[in-house]
Design a protein around this ligand. Sequence first.
Ligand code: CDT
Length: 314
Amino acid sequence: MTRPLILAVAQSGAVQLSDSRQANVARLCKMLDEAADNGADIVVFTEIALTTFFPRHYAEDRAEMDEWFEREMPNAATKPLFDMAKRRGVGFCLGYGELTPEGQHFNTSILVDKSGNIVGKYRKIHLPGHDEFDPSRKFQHLEKRYFLPGNLGFPVWNTMGGNMGMCICNDRRWPETFRLMGLQGVELVMIGYNTPSENSQDASETLEQRKFHNRLSLQAGAYQNSTFVAASAKSGNEDGHHMFAESCIISPAGEIIAMTKGEDDEVIVAEIDLDDTKFGKSTVFDFARHRRIEHYGPITTQVGPRIPDGSDNT
Ligand code: CDT
């Protein structure tokens, strides 16, 4: 190994509406401690790791939901996690609801280095779901109601020995997410997700299909950009709503090299060599040699499809 990194993914089991931040942070600390015992350099926690996945709950007055957001980071509840990371010399990536001093709400991830300093922030760009109560759905997914689309782009940071980026849950389904980071030489993409086991609008979609789409998106993103991917689920049954697990670590060849076994709090660890990203980046995915941007204009000038027979009515 020429550039080794011990990478841990800390999957969260269900977090209930009544669970306190303090109790939940204690669970995250326990997993960070276990990862550190296994020599981890960095631990990837999930999306909205500090609370239940609150966007499944509707509030007429959205201000009622502010209790699920963090106004500063670290704060009193999360300080023990930062302190432990510093003491044990482990970096981490953590997702939470962010409420800015200007009153803006984002679905956010931070990257914290081994000294406990925040070195990067990402705000979720692809927000799924809807912004009004939808009685036709089996359950609600109100991210478009409670969050603004992220305004920080898809940054990549050189830290802890590699080029590191983050994205959040639904972002993983969009190839643009990975490519934007690939264009900055990303070597590790860290992702948290809360994905319901059922499709609220299509009861015929199976759990196996939904898990397949998770793996397909993560593995394609890794392979097509020759990067490691570390994906951490929040899983299990949150107030009657089940979310699948399958947190995993994926190689730059797109192969799963570690995966969680259950749906509770669980740590998986892999010793990786960041230099394994080099082969793909210098051959089939040598962007400088092979990309044909003269044909990619519609990717950034057009949102919906334009169908040749005009049936899209645009
Ligand atoms: N958290 C999140 O982004 N979940 C979505 C569910 C989509 S269903 C509206 C996901 O893409 O996994």
